[in-house]
Ligand binder design. Structure first.
Ligand code: FES
Length: 352
């Protein structure tokens, strides 16, 4: 079960003008709770004027060994008007405590020999940094092709970390950086990583269909374009992992769904169940949260997947889903933060 613990900040490293990496110490008794796979994220929370704010940030440090991590490092980029990122960039200091949820997320890699690749935009490098470093360290024959897009060199997060990896694994890490607002040396591509560009760039870089797993991470448009390019080049959907960092509401408007009168949700959470009436217009997560404040969530926007639950019975309609893979929805999983009841009775299991 997802739990919050207060962890102490032991380093705040400025990465660019608008991003930092926070390093959090994990005390020995919590190391197992914070064991994570490469690519997972942490939800951080704080309360402002009585309102709780949660945001998820990807872990950039490599996956720990069986004992669990001593430290966790996350990348935070400033979002204009963002209540948490502004606090992280301007107020958090070494020695402060931050409330941190145990790791979650399914944008993960299980290291194995073979060829891997990622296409990332902006802060989308954060989970992929953990994936690349874990893979190259644990699998001596694995190869990774990292294609990253950003605006300028100055706005590129984790430049030094990626350069260090390239120095350590010059043969096995292929690195391609594409900048949209900066001229680069001759021979290096510039511009945006959109579908057309990727469709022509990728076959020149690597044998696209020999890649065991692709990791796409960044803004909605980039991930969508990259997926289309890969599919056009013959990559099966099952080999593509996606994590979306920003969805603008124009790209995916949420539809209000009226609930049938008197619908109820029964939810099982941490071994205990309850049944509560759903109020008009609210999501099932909101109903559950009113009665069980420990229900797991982070973004409430259909992006992070923290609120995933198994639909035991009944029917729901989701406003949007950028977190669950097709296999998960087919297996019966839903995002509680996006679900509205279609039937009078709905039963969710957060423990499955
Ligand atoms: S809380 Fe993030 S997808 Fe529901």
């Amino acid at each position: 079960m997802a739990r919050f613990h207060a962890l102490r900040v032991v380093a705040v490293d400025r990465l660019t003008d608008d991003s930092v990496a926070l390093t959090l110490a994990v005390p020995p008794e919590l190391r197992q709770d914070y064991r994570h796979a490469p690519g997972q994220h942490l939800a951080l929370r704080r309360t402002v004027d009585g309102r709780e704010i949660r945001r998820t940030y990807s872990i950039c440090s490599p996956a720990p060994d069986a004992e669990g991590p001593r430290e966790l490092r996350v990348g935070v980029r400033l979002v204009e008007g963002g209540a948490f990122s502004t606090y992280a960039l301007k107020e958090i200091n070494v020695g402060d405590e931050v409330e941190v949820m145990t790791p979650a997320g399914r944008f993960t890699l299980r290291p194995a020999p073979g060829r891997y690749a990622a296409i990332v935009g902006g802060s989308g490098i954060t989970p992929v940094l953990s994936i690349v470093s874990t893979l190259l360290e644990r699998e001596p024959t694995a190869r990774f092709c990292l294609i990253r897009g950003d605006r300028t060199t100055a706005s590129t997060m984790f430049l030094d970390e990626v350069a260090d990896l390239k120095d350590r694994y010059p043969e096995r890490l292929q690195l391609v950086t594409v900048l949209s607002r900066e001229e680069q040396q001759a021979g290096l591509p510039s511009g945006r990583l959109d579908r057309e560009r990727l469709a022509s760039l990728l076959p020149a870089l690597l044998p696209v269909t020999e890649v065991a797993e692709w990791f796409l991470c960044g803004p909605f448009g980039l991930v969508q374009g990259a997926e289309q390019a890969l599919r056009e080049l013959g990559v099966p959907r099952a080999r593509i992992h996606e994590e979306i960092f920003h969805v603008d509401s124009a790209a995916a408007p949420a539809r209000p769904v009226p609930a049938p009168a008197h619908s109820t949700v029964t939810a099982r959470l941490d071994g205990r169940g309850g049944t509560w009436p759903v109020e008009d217009g609210e999501s099932l997560l909101e109903t559950v949260l009113r009665n069980r404040p420990d229900a797991p969530y982070a973004c409430k926007g259909g992006v992070c997947g923290t609120c995933r639950a198994f639909l035991v019975s009944g029917e729901v309609r989701m406003d949007r889903n950028f977190a669950l893979e097709k296999e998960e929805t087919e297996a019966g999983y839903v995002l509680a933060c996006q679900s509205h009841p279609v039937t009078e009775k709905v039963e969710l299991d957060f423990d499955r």
